[in-house]
Design a protein around this ligand. Structure first.
Ligand code: NAG
Ligand code: NAG
Ligand code: NAG
Ligand code: NAG
Ligand code: NAG
Ligand code: NAG
Length: 513
């Protein structure tokens, strides 16, 4: 049933996930549960949703915030920007109210480093500090567990200018000092810290493809080196994460009792044929995607196939660094949207190389770039969770992003049945994995409301709530999916499976929707 996408080495569009206008037929061969309710999930399993600082806060030049790399990236290219976006900076109380109405257990958000420490290092901005204290207080007062991310694409521009940001090991020290401020100031309420958001795809987007900030690459960018920089940045990200994690354990964990994790963009890979070569190619793709970071975090070094293929361009861990990184993640955050069918490509490309060439595979993604249609492939998520369980010692996992974009007018946006169907089968896939022993502990729908999307700007919407960006008040309205998710979380036992969806639709079609 997989709808194969176009063959492409270059994943330019991977981040800018596709827009879907129609509901696709659901696959019949999924092992995923169809009829289930909240009570089928383990006790304490968290259902949440999320946003990130740049995508939701707005107030980009207010109260002492200075630009991040992302501000520079979009303004220099004249792209949509997050200067105002949802104005969460001013509307956070209203938005926490939406979370309460939805019944969220937990909320994923990120802290803007350049709002808290405008120059990246040095003095803390008291107004930035106050904003996050207020917001976090508002969440916990309403019984919503904060999951805070320290870095979500928005490095302070000052650090990029001073020494090249993530390319320079000085970043490790500055990131750790920033984490120290966050742990100290917010750690009495925040028990779940993600250091780096989708560390692998951040690196590929920013330093291999050049399509996300800081926009560096060999071929189409004004500067960069796709054959070396992704691996240097990936290395520094791991070390910065591990250093912050060690600090937490040494200084805060006893008192605060929280945990620190790293999040990764996990693609579900399957071989295009059952040939040995393609099966090995699929395994190589997994090693390059997840193993790149998960192997160091678990075993203290990069996967052997990466070492072999990348050679001296892949930095080495000293013995001390290896010890630092190994075991430094209390949980793994998973961001999942995409599946790919993988074919072996040999020989390896001599001479020029970049991340894709180094993998030695050709991936065909389950989305059609022309029509922007994506197959619904919940088994890909189930497969990712199985793989992490079996290959990396079954660490605790939080699915920190999963969701579906829908294109269309206001009415279509509000009656977002395809999104409900998508969430329903993906949550079912998570349940199957959990039933088979995966230690997955939470699921977060991306996104709570329509936000500025990092690549699609305002042309895409993943939200459970519609935001009218033309309206001065940026009015939020619940979509059908918000009602559905709310009914699910609140354990409305009458609402199961596809019959429940049509009932829900008819229940709400006569109301404000
Ligand atoms: C994508 O959609 C276009 C338009 O419907 C179609 O012509 C094309 O064959 C599709 N590509 C793939 C790989 O299915
Ligand atoms: C890293 O940054 C420091 C300043 O913090 C600078 O002295 C050094 O030359 C930089 N290293 C590289 C490789 O750019
Ligand atoms: C990238 O760096 C490598 C190793 O320093 C060098 O051999 C190569 O020429 C560089 N490529 C580009 C496009 O600058
Ligand atoms: C369930 O877990 C077992 C043990 O890890 C594994 O062998 C089996 O393939 C898993 N089943 C599915 C459907 O993934
Ligand atoms: C969005 O807001 C504008 C300005 O207030 C208003 O004219 C428009 O009708 C609103 N759109 C929707 C779909 O509510
Ligand atoms: C729809 O409304 C009926 C009547 O109020 C109620 O019994 C049912 O539970 C509702 N279904 C859903 C899915 O909300």
């Amino acid at each position: 049933m997989e709808q194969k996408g176009e063959r492409k080495n270059d994943m330019d569009w991977v981040l800018s996930l596709v827009i879907i206008t129609i509901s696709l037929a659901l696959p019949l061969h999924v092992s995923c549960s169809d009829v289930y309710s909240r009570s089928d999930f383990p006790e304490g399993f968290a259902f949440g949703s999320g946003t990130s600082a740049y995508q939701w806060e707005g107030a980009a030049a207010e109260d002492g915030r200075k630009p991040s790399v992302w501000d520079t990236f979009v303004h220099s290219r004249n792209l949509d920007n997050g200067d105002i976006t949802c104005d969460g900076y001013h509307k956070y109380k209203e938005d926490v109210q939406l979370m309460v109405e939805t019944g969220l257990d937990a909320f994923k958000f990120s802290i803007s480093w350049s709002r808290l420490i405008p120059n990246g290092r040095g003095p803390v901005n008291p107004k930035g500090l106050q904003f996050y204290k207020n917001f976090i207080q508002e969440l916990v007062t309403h019984g919503i567990e904060p999951h805070a991310t320290l870095f979500h694409y928005d490095l302070p521009q000052a650090l990029e200018d001073d020494y090249g940001g993530w390319l320079n090991r000085t970043i490790i020290e500055d990131f750790t000092a920033y984490a120290d401020v966050c742990f100290r100031e917010f750690g009495s309420h925040v028990k779940f810290w993600t250091t780096i958001n989708e560390a692998n795809i951040f690196t590929i987007g920013g330093y291999n493809d050049g399509i996300t900030g800081p926009g560096r690459c060999s071929r189409k960018c004004s500067s960069g080196n796709s054959s070396t920089e992704p691996y240097i940045v990936g290395h520094n990200l791991l070390l910065a994460h591990a250093s912050a994690s060690r600090l937490y354990r040494q200084k805060y964990k006893d008192m605060q009792g929280g945990s620190v994790g790293l999040s990764l963009y996990a693609i579900g890979f399957s071989p295009s044929t059952s040939s040995k070569d393609d099966e090995m190619a699929a395994q190589r793709a997994r090693d390059f995607d997840l193993g790149w970071m998960l192997a160091p975090l678990t075993l203290g070094d990069y996967p052997y196939v990466m070492r072999r293929s990348i050679g001296s361009r892949l930095p080495d861990f000293s013995e001390e660094e290896s010890e630092l990184v190994k075991g430094s993640s209390d949980f793994i955050g998973i961001i999942h949207y995409l599946a790919a069918i993988v074919t072996n490509t040999k020989p390896y490309f001599p001479g020029y190389s970049d991340y894709y060439y180094d993998t030695g595979v050709t991936s065909s993604y389950t989305c059609n770039i022309t029509t922007s249609q994506c197959s619904v492939t919940p088994w890909a998520l189930e497969g990712v969770l199985e793989y992490i369980k079996q290959s990396y010692g079954n660490p605790p996992v939080y699915i920190l992003e999963n969701g579906k974009t829908i294109k269309g007018d206001f009415q279509l946006q509000l009656k977002d049945t395809p999104r409900i169907e998508y969430l329903h089968v993906y949550m079912g896939a998570v349940l199957s994995a959990v039933r088979n022993g995966s230690d997955t502990r939470g699921y977060f729908v991306w996104s709570l409301m329509d936000v500025y999307e990092l690549l699609g700007g305002y042309g895409k919407s993943y939200g459970l709530y519609y935001v009218n960006f033309s309206d001065a008040h940026l009015t939020r309205s619940p979509k059908l999916s918000a009602h559905w998710y709310s009914a699910f979380i609140k354990g409305d036992a009458t609402f199961l499976g596809s019959q429940g969806i049509s009932q829900l639709q008819s229940n709400f079609s006569s109301s404000s929707l």
